[in-house]
Design a protein. Structure first.
Length: 138
């Protein structure tokens, strides 16, 4: 994997991450699980690439703003902050969706516990619901 050793390349990669996070948010909102799965793979690939920032560039990012002569460091810091916020929001949305799904599944399971669904009888046939009704019941 190529080391990210210049500011311009890092800006490009961070912009790609922000675009990917925006696509992820749209997929979360629309509950598009196929797109979410594809995005998760791309996000991991891009995260691995971003982890390969050169020590020199990482050192420049860690310096206070007054210590750096300029360049793209302020823009990079802003893009990192945007990425972090978007990723945090997406994570919260996914957690909320998972909690709602788990709650819905719990409700459905509790309904089947109270009113078991009989799909087949002992012989593997679908039971006749009319046989279960009491005489005179409609």
């Amino acid at each position: 994997m190529r080391i990210i050793d210049n500011e311009k390349l890092l800006v490009t990669r961070l912009q790609q991450m922000i675009e990917l996070l925006e696509r992820e948010r749209s997929a979360i909102v629309s509950a598009d699980t196929d797109d979410l799965e594809m995005i998760a793979g791309k996000k991991q690939e891009l995260t691995n690439i971003l982890a390969s920032v050169s020590p020199e560039l990482m050192s420049a990012l860690k310096r206070t703003e007054g210590e750096h002569p300029g360049g793209l460091i302020p823009e990079i810091r802003e893009l990192i902050a945007q990425s972090s916020v978007k990723n945090s929001i997406n994570g919260s949305m996914l957690t909320q969706a998972r909690n709602m799904t788990e709650k819905s599944i719990g409700i459905l399971l509790s309904c089947t516990d109270r009113h078991p669904v009989e799909l087949y009888d002992e012989q593997g046939r679908v039971p006749d619901p009319a046989k279960k009704r009491a005489l005179g019941a409609a």
